[in-house]
Design a protein around this ligand. Sequence first.
Ligand SMILES: *[C@@H]1O[C@H](CO)[C@@H](O)[C@H](O)[C@H]1NC(C)=O
Ligand SMILES: *[C@@H]1O[C@H](CO)[C@@H](O)[C@H](O)[C@H]1NC(C)=O
Ligand SMILES: *[C@@H]1O[C@H](CO)[C@@H](O)[C@H](O)[C@H]1NC(C)=O
Length: 256
Amino acid sequence: MKLAAPPLPSLWIAFLISMLLVSSNAAFSPRILQQSTSNSKNYLTNEALWFNQTLDHFSPYDRRQFGQRYYEFLDHFRTPDGPIFLKICGESACNGIPNDYISVLANKFGAAVVSLEHRYYGKSSPFKSLTTENLKYLSSKQALFDLAVFRQYYQESLNSKLNRSNVENPWFVFGVSYSGALSAWFRLKFPHLTCGSLASSAVVLAVYNFTEFDKQIGESAGPECKAVLQEITHLVDQRLASNDKELKAMFGAAEV
Ligand SMILES: *[C@@H]1O[C@H](CO)[C@@H](O)[C@H](O)[C@H]1NC(C)=O
Ligand SMILES: *[C@@H]1O[C@H](CO)[C@@H](O)[C@H](O)[C@H]1NC(C)=O
Ligand SMILES: *[C@@H]1O[C@H](CO)[C@@H](O)[C@H](O)[C@H]1NC(C)=O
């Protein structure tokens, strides 16, 4: 099941309420459940590393750079020729490499795991203020080239650590949701830089007014919960129209 933020605030609130109601149903939403426990999540590492990224990959004149944060975990790495797993971070801060199934796979395949924070998120913002002008370098196309440049940079620094040159480890990319789309596009666009891609719940097709999203939530929730969900959505819509400040305050979102 595809999960992304529903477009309307009232839907979001109803959705969160529904998550409270159905959170005992494990099949419903692994991703949202994960988020609620993310503070206690174990990381393989959260020791940040930095490298200088090109701000605009499509201008031959603009030489500006910004610091991009990344992580590496080498405990399972089969030196020197094991695979390298690149876990792509998406539209949120990337605070480390979580100890999830990628770690299990890394252990099995003797892989190094590296992860790059997406430009403009977390600590990888090229600008201090996010004015419209400053936001023009935020795009999935730029992000794909960030990944390609990082991949080359990391391979070269690994080579120099191992006193060798012109050697390529096999690279495999992973992503979920938006970063799942990046993962699929990366493989398509740079087939010479990766031997494979896992694109989980990848949003590779933009659909306007995607009502199937709500239908799927209704189906997963079951008829009883779906009816409650629709009622709550309706009530929240009404309240947003009549007294949105009070309603938002109830959810700690008065400033939104
Ligand atoms: C990034 O660029 C800055 C400024 O030019 C430099 O001081 C720093 O050493 C560079 N960092 C890396 C990791 O190359
Ligand atoms: C690489 O070369 C340096 C200098 O010759 C040496 O000190 C180091 O141990 C070498 N590293 C490896 C991994 O072989
Ligand atoms: C979205 O699609 C639904 C169902 O087809 C329709 O009722 C609704 O008016 C559409 N909304 C927008 C904003 O296009």
